[in-house]
Design a protein around this ligand. Structure first.
Ligand SMILES: Cc1ncc(COP(=O)(O)O)c(C=O)c1O
Length: 389
């Protein structure tokens, strides 16, 4: 079957593959501890579930406007004002099925042969995959352990060329747990004023999962850049709603019509009842969000201490999201080999750092979106698997 050539350029998110492998092992009766999953292990808060059920009972069974329900877009804008101090017109908000579509739409909008797109490496694998698929050249923004996976604005700005169309940022970050500091963000924003051809896609999906008093610095908070910042956020991580599939993009005035057009050409609109539940998520009580964050924080400290106790591992303290990204080069075993060894020999699923780009060699990603008991058991298995027989 002659497929379009670009199909060979598309990568994947290996978390889904490891998930299938772990499920296959479990189907054979093997016990697997899941520390590879990028989803909160909590259930969606009951008030949100109730709002979704009510919406279905009340007849929310039809298409909504392509951009999403106006009441939801207004609720998004209230939230943006309250948390990011950014005034946004609901007409610039596009409600989409999950965090990923905003990424897809932005990369398709700017990516083509000859264009360069900057993206974090190690970083969420879909960035590089979609950039390549679009025909553009992926240009990595290197995130280094030495700087706690923060970046230097100067180094990032030095990567911009006349061919740069889009710069993708992600803070707090997957897979490193790194958070870009206000100082570097300010410097970057200032430097970007010299490069008006560069649009910024700021993936802020983990903005409410911060620890140790870290602050979230949103790209929307720089007035000089507002006409070229695309903000990506959603409900998946904050409200434990990964399976509901809902997210949003805030688009500059010149781009929103193009984003809406891609939406109409693809999914039409996001699920109607889910949109009603999402209004409740934003406008209802926020206690559950803080309870989940507090639980992640406790687990973060435990996983950090336990990882540093494993011979050959060293791990910087993650500052955001729910991932730890230990350096495993002291084991002398490649990341992919460790991923396989731990899954098939020890029954613990984690992800090779190379799933997040070439710069992830020598690292593994462990998710701490799991119980303390499971985290301890998973790492006990890791330690045992590394012990000489
Ligand atoms: C950095 C980042 N952006 C976006 C997403 C996609 O989120 P969603 O599941 O809502 O599509 C993820 C999911 O893991 C992520 O880690």
């Amino acid at each position: 079957m002659p497929l379009a050539q670009r199909m060979s350029l598309l990568g994947t998110e290996t978390a889904f593959e490891v998930f299938n492998k772990a499920k296959a092992l479990e189907a054979q009766g093997k016990d697997v501890v899941h520390l590879h999953i990028g989803a909160p292990d909590f259930q969606t808060p009951p008030n949100i579930v109730e709002a979704g059920q009510r919406a279905l009972r009340d007849g929310w069974h039809k298409y909504t406007p392509a951009k999403g329900l106006i009441e939801l877009r207004e609720a998004v804008c209230e939230d943006l004002l309250a948390r990011r101090g950014a005034e946004v017109d609901p007409e610039h908000v596009l409600i989409v099925p999950g965090g990923k579509p905003t990424m897809l739409y932005a990369i398709l909008m700017f990516g083509e042969p000859g264009a360069e797109i900057l993206y974090p490496n190690p970083g969420f694998p879909i960035y590089e995959s979609l950039i390549k698929w679009s025909g553009a050249t992926p240009v990595p923004i290197e995130l280094l352990e030495e700087t706690n996976f923060n970046f230097s604005a100067e180094a990032v700005l030095a990567k911009i060329t006349p061919a740069t169309r889009l710069m993708i940022l992600n803070s707090p970050a997957n897979p490193t747990g790194g958070v870009v500091s206000r100082v570097e963000m300010d410097r970057l924003a200032e430097g970007l004023e010299q490069h008006p051809q560069v649009t910024i896609l700021s993936d802020e999906i983990y903005s409410r999962l911060l620890y140790d008093g870290e602050e979230h610095v949103s790209m929307l908070s720089y007035p000089a850049l507002r006409d070229r910042v695309i903000l990506l956020d959603g409900w998946s991580k904050t409200y434990a709603m990964t399976g509901w599939r809902l997210g949003y993009g805030v688009w500059p005035a010149d781009l929103i019509k193009h984003a809406e057009r891609i939406q109409i050409n693809s999914v039409s609109c996001a699920n109607a009842a889910t949109q009603i539940a999402a209004i409740e998520a934003l406008r209802g009580p926020q206690d559950a969000v803080e309870e989940m964050r507090t639980a992640f924080d406790e687990r973060r400290k435990i996983i950090h201490a336990e990882l540093n106790d494993i011979p050959g591992f060293s791990c910087v303290m993650p500052k955001g999201a729910f991932y730890a990204f230990p350096n495993t080069s002291g084991t002398g075993i490649s990341s992919m080999q460790l991923e396989k060894q731990f899954l098939y020999e020890a029954g613990i699923a984690c992800l090779s750092g190379t799933s997040f780009g070439a710069l992830g060699e020598g690292y593994l990603r462990f998710s701490y979106a799991n119980s303390i008991e499971n985290i301890r058991e998973g790492l006990r298995r890791v330690r045992a698997s590394l012990q000489p027989a």
